[in-house]
Design a protein around this ligand. Structure first.
Ligand code: GRG
Length: 296
């Protein structure tokens, strides 16, 4: 299978893995369960699970072992989108081409959906039998994901974002905010898979970490570019939202052309980080290219 076909297969794989692990809408509280399934199933590029599975290919891991980390990282991401869309934060009506959770349901349900998806992610890492790893590895996975999602990761980055809207920001401050808000989960996606390879040599883990940080940064710069250049239908949300909210972005701070140059440089550096893996790292090189060439 070529990488496009493998990407589609992994997207279908994580969809089925999520569907099997989310609570059934036949069980009480039905509305909460239905809303959890509404936000977590049937949408999104699944970039973070793809990073888990493609890193697994590089490290010769059985994808069955990676279903649990792939689901866990996507559930954290899905929760963050639900909370980010709330009126108290970005107040968005559309996400992934359909009404956001608080519009389709209500605000209280959306808050609870976020809470419940976040907790389910950690429950899966702690207990899912398909993971086939001992308690020490499970604990390491939980530690990694909690740090990536917490105050020194995604939630911290979101706090800086909320505080800085409408205020001037330097390029370094913007990079720091994105490293926490978006980069931490992208980095964790690669490192969760790496932790599943319990005999991985430290220099290889460090190389993957560097790749993940550079690719995560490229992902965010491309996201800022798409907010300027993207098409609403493709994006599944309204472009121009960052500018309308006076949010600092790469195009607003350094200009669109320079933002594109930065994205290309980050992409190239992410490839350099994988040099020692040789041919074996082709899946991750392909995914890095997808991240900066994507149009949604
Ligand atoms: C609420 C704690 C908390 C955090 C929210 C994810 C996030 C932090 C904010 C979303 C706002 C945003 C546009 C961030 C930029 C990058 C990003 C995370 C985009 C959305 O991720 P994609 O493109 O979305 O992977 P899909 O829908 O494909 O999964």
């Amino acid at each position: 299978m070529d990488p496009h076909e493998r990407m589609a297969a992994y997207q279908a794989r994580v969809e089925a893995a999520l569907a099997a692990r989310l609570p059934s809408e036949d069980h009480v509280p039905r509305r909460l369960h239905e809303a959890m399934r509404y936000v977590a199933l049937g949408g999104g590029k699944r970039v973070r699970p793809l990073l888990v599975y493609f890193t697994g290919e590089v490290l010769d891991l059985d994808p069955a072992v990676l279903d649990a980390p792939a689901c866990a990282i996507e559930l954290i991401h899905a929760y963050s989108l639900v909370h980010d869309d709330l009126p108290a934060m970005d107040d968005d009506d559309m996400r992934r081409g359909r009404p956001t959770c608080h519009i389709a349901y209500d605000e209280a349900t959306a808050i609870l959906v976020g809470d419940a998806l976040q907790v389910l992610a950690f429950e899966i890492l702690g207990t899912d039998p398909t993971l086939q790893r001992d308690a020490n590895t499970r604990l390491a996975l939980i530690n990694l994901l909690s740090q990536a999602a917490g105050p020194s990761g995604m939630a911290g980055g979101q706090a800086i974002d909320v505080e800085s809207t409408g205020k001037p920001m330097s390029r370094d401050e913007l990079a720091f905010m994105h490293r926490l808000k978006t980069g931490a989960l992208i980095r964790a996606s690669v490192l969760l898979a790496a932790l599943c390879r319990t005999d991985l040599a430290e220099p290889r883990r460090v190389a993957l970490e560097r790749f993940s940080e550079l690719a995560g940064h490229a992902f965010q710069v491309q996201d800022d570019i798409l907010d300027v250049e993207g098409e609403a239908e493709r994006l599944g949300k309204t472009p121009g939202a960052d500018e309308a909210r006076h949010k600092p972005t790469y195009p607003s701070i350094v200009g669109l052309d320079e933002a594109k140059r930065i994205a290309r440089d980050l992409y190239q550096s992410s490839l350099d980080a994988l040099a020692d893996f040789g041919e074996k790292a082709e899946p991750l090189r392909w995914l890095a290219a997808y991240i900066i060439e994507r149009d949604y």
